[in-house]
Ligand binder design. Structure first.
Ligand SMILES: NC(=O)c1ccc[n+]([C@@H]2O[C@H](COP(=O)([O-])OP(=O)(O)OC[C@H]3O[C@@H](n4cnc5c(N)ncnc54)[C@H](OP(=O)(O)O)[C@@H]3O)[C@@H](O)[C@H]2O)c1
Length: 272
């Protein structure tokens, strides 16, 4: 399977489709899930220190024996670890758990108001030292990005935020593109909440795909990196089996109208 790759603003290549591993109640299944995903051709794993499973990701990478440079690993600094020195220390702990020397992408998980400026300085230091191939942010909307630009020496390569037809904010996408930041969407499947939406079902049926596959494809056709999560083999395979069909312009436009602000995580607009 040839998963499309995008080139970030610093020339680093990143797969457009990967595996999310936020699995709070079943971290013991994460190693196996990552192995299945890598077998299915996945080359992007999205973890975070807050998920408590960086070690499981490392175990999977070791078990599959793929060359380190073939798998793109993202991890993130959690809110409690923000601030300059704390972030540097949290980063070292993440790398120790992941058993790697350099991470592919390091993100600020949430824009914690009192610390995010210093946290970004720490990420710039990590990047300058060559310990992360790219750095970025998550859950940043325009106001957070504008504040970051006041001080930043490095433009974030990626902004990861919630993205599905039900949480589709074209302004956020456009702003990222204008600033040369690659958008990455999380919770593309809305954690299954919309699987039976009859409008979604009707479109999925036309293409002979599940509503889950339709949602993954919709993100990709918006040119947004996407990281659906599953710990089940058949579902992982299905979520990656989305490269053999194309949603028509008309159906994309219809899906774009499904916005109802359904979210699995807090709305960044509520973070000052
Ligand atoms: N930056 C952030 O603040 C942030 C926030 C949230 C998420 N994320 C990242 O984004 C990733 C994805 O988001 P998410 O995990 O919140 O939600 P999601 O990917 O939208 O949905 C995952 C849920 O859908 C189920 N599922 C997956 N594929 C399915 C299929 N083909 N058929 C039926 N059910 C299916 C999974 O269950 P099973 O596992 O049982 O299959 C799981 O309950 C996370 O894992 C994490 O890496 C980042």
């Amino acid at each position: 399977m040839n998963i499309p790759v995008t080139t970030l603003n610093n020339g680093v290549e990143m797969p457009m489709l990967g595996l999310g591993v936020y699995a709070p109640s079943h971290n013991s299944e994460v190693q196996q899930a990552v192995e299945w995903a890598l077998e299915a051709g996945c080359r992007l794993i999205d973890t975070a220190s807050a998920y408590g499973n960086e070690r499981q990701v490392a175990d999977a990478l070791q078990a599959t024996n793929l060359p380190r440079n073939e798998v793109f690993i993202t991890t993130k600094v959690w809110n409690d670890d923000q601030g300059y020195d704390r972030t540097l220390r949290a980063f070292e702990r993440s790398l120790e758990r992941l058993r790697i020397d350099v991470v592919d992408l390091y993100l600020i998980h949430w824009p914690v108001q009192e610390h995010r400026r210093d946290t970004w300085k720490a990420l710039e230091k990590i990047y300058a030292d060559g310990r992360a191939r790219a750095i970025g942010v998550s859950n940043y909307y325009q106001a957070h990005l504008d504040e970051l630009f006041e001080q930043a020496n490095v433009t974030p390569a990626v902004n990861q935020f919630e993205f599905s037809p039900y949480c589709y904010l074209p302004d956020v996408l456009d702003y990222c593109r204008q600033k040369n930041i690659k958008p990455e969407g999380y919770a593309p499947l809305v954690r299954g909440e919309k699987q039976n939406d009859p409008r979604l079902v009707a479109i999925a049926e036309k293409y002979g795909k599940s509503t889950y596959q339709l949602l993954v494809r919709w993100s990709l056709q918006h040119d947004v990196i996407t990281i659906p999560k599953s710990v089940k083999k058949e579902r992982i395979q299905a979520n990656f089996d989305v490269l053999d069909f194309e949603i028509s312009e008309e159906d994309m436009a219809t899906m774009n109208t499904f916005y109802d602000n359904t979210r699995v995580a807090p709305d960044p607009r509520d973070i000052p």
